[in-house]
Design a protein around this ligand. Structure first.
Ligand SMILES: Cc1cc2nc3c(=O)[nH]c(=O)nc-3n(C[C@H](O)[C@H](O)[C@H](O)COP(=O)(O)OP(=O)(O)OC[C@H]3O[C@@H](n4cnc5c(N)ncnc54)[C@H](O)[C@@H]3O)c2cc1C
Length: 426
């Protein structure tokens, strides 16, 4: 949608094919229905939030930054605001308003929107040898020579009709939330043309855990905790971040866990490691000594009370029986019976609450897809395929992904802009 606006603004005649009955179904559910459309962090800091292939994005992001995205939407008449964590939203808190301004602009600029129109393949034609030589600069690499061998001249639709164009942009998204229309068609288009696609997996997704005590904690959310996971070959790398998380019926979720999933996804999917050791520090603001002192203070004040009641001020109710079981403490025992060793075990269970990550949720609950059309096959300045002239890939279909906070939509806007500009310039 954004690419069609950029192109139509520059005077191009644009036709957009959407297989759904309406535009922007995925956009509609973003940011819990509020559409966190970008992140207003420092421009220099933006790429540090991109998990996969940040360097590829450098040129496209420089050409259309997060500030540009905010200005773009403001110019379309969308009033915007910045919230905690630099997250940018429409003032109305309605993602439908983001879709509305894009649609209005598309309509007023004359973009032809074809709904219920599923693209089933791309039309490729060999490029005549003479033209191939003209496209090739002496210093350019082999893939560029190959590029001139095929030219994409249009798309084929499911009803058998064909549409021809000077350029084709594939913006089919990834595989996550397939009910919104993203069912991986763009990967198939790439593969049909021998354009490499790296292995795909769900990301920004809840994690599954092996411990039998997790279902007891379902629904409990934790704020200000640190989650640490060892991953990578031989568990060498460590994800360790502070934030919010929650327990589900079969694992963990929430902002901290979604970020963790982006970091550890490849490790979980490699056959080498089927489970990853993890732990939660429930009191990261306190040093071990401070936590000991705090517990001693509580124990002094309630010497004759049952330990389960005395630690009530320290831990949420659902957590208490699990922690005491891990520490080997009988909850009904009076505090004066608790040994020094048991107290140490209590501190350990609070500081190193153990988890074993044994899998990830599915695409139906993943915010994004990791993997996709290999960036090695794409020109980072233009988003054009290096081997199929006139064919551009943008957005989530590419092997690019970022953490939550508006970064993934910015990837879509920036790559859309790069492709549109390149098409206009050609
Ligand atoms: C629940 C959820 C919340 C999210 N929240 C945020 C957020 O707040 N901020 C953020 O930055 N990111 C968020 N994301 C990620 C973000 O939505 C995506 O990264 C972004 O939408 C990708 O844009 P895209 O244009 O590449 O693909 P999509 O938005 O998936 O659009 C692809 C479109 O192509 C159509 N299509 C696919 N195949 C065909 C075909 N063969 N023929 C015709 N049409 C086809 C689809 O129907 C779809 O409309 C969220 C994702 C999810 C699932």
């Amino acid at each position: 949608m954004a690419a069609s606006v950029f192109l139509a603004k520059a005077g191009c005649s644009v036709q957009l094919f959407e297989k759904n009955e309406k535009l922007g179904k995925k956009l509609y559910i973003t940011g819990k229905g509020r559409c966190n459309f970008t992140n207003a962090c420092e421009e220099d800091d933006f790429l540090s939030h991109v998990v996969t292939n940040p360097r590829f994005l450098y040129s496209a992001f420089s050409g259309f930054t997060n500030r540009d995205a905010i200005q773009f939407f403001e110019d379309l008449g969308l009033r915007t605001k910045i919230e905690r964590g630099n997250r940018a939203f429409p003032v109305s808190d309605h993602s439908s308003d983001v879709i509305k301004v894009l649609e209005q602009e598309m309509r007023s600029r004359g973009v032809t929107v074809c709904l219920h129109s599923q693209v089933t393949g791309l039309i490729a034609e060999p490029v005549p040898a003479g033209t191939a030589e003209m496209r090739q600069n002496p210093g350019e690499k082999k893939h560029r020579q190959k590029a001139a061998e095929q030219q994409i001249t249009g798309v084929r639709l499911s009803d058998g009709t064909e549409a021809y164009a000077d350029a084709v942009i594939v913006a089919t998204g990834g595989l996550s939330y397939p009910s919104t229309g993203s069912t991986g068609d763009g990967y198939r288009f790439a593969e049909q043309l021998s354009i490499p696609v790296t292995a795909c997996r769900p990301s920004l997704v809840p994690l599954l855990t092996a411990e039998a005590y997790i279902p007891q904690l379902q629904g409990l959310s934790l704020k200000n905790v640190t989650l640490t996971i060892r991953y990578g070959k031989k568990g060498k790398k460590t994800f360790s971040e502070f934030g919010e998380m929650l327990f589900t019926h079969q694992g963990i979720s929430g902002p901290l866990v979604l970020s963790a999933s982006a970091a550890i996804g490849a490790s979980l999917h490699s056959s080498a490691q089927e489970t990853l050791p993890a732990e939660i520090d429930l009191k990261p603001a306190l040093s071990e000594e401070q936590l000991h002192a705090r517990i001693l203070r509580e124990f002094e004040a309630g010497k004759n009370k049952a330990v389960k009641n005395v630690i009530a001020s320290l831990l949420p109710a659902k957590m208490r029986p699990v922690i005491m079981e891990l520490a080997g403490i009988v909850p009904e025992h009076p505090v004066h019976d608790i040994t020094k060793e048991e107290r140490q075990k209590l501190v350990d269970a609070i500081r190193h609450f153990p988890l074993t990550i044994c899998g990830q949720g599915s695409y139906s609950e993943a915010v994004i897809t990791q993997g996709g059309v290999s960036v090695k096959a794409i020109d980072p300045k233009t988003m054009e395929s290096k081997t199929a002239a006139g064919l551009y890939f943008i957005g989530e279909v590419l092997d690019l992904d970022a953490v939550t906070g508006g970064f993934n939509l910015q990837i879509a806007w920036s790559t859309a802009h790069a492709a549109a500009e390149a098409i206009v310039n050609s």
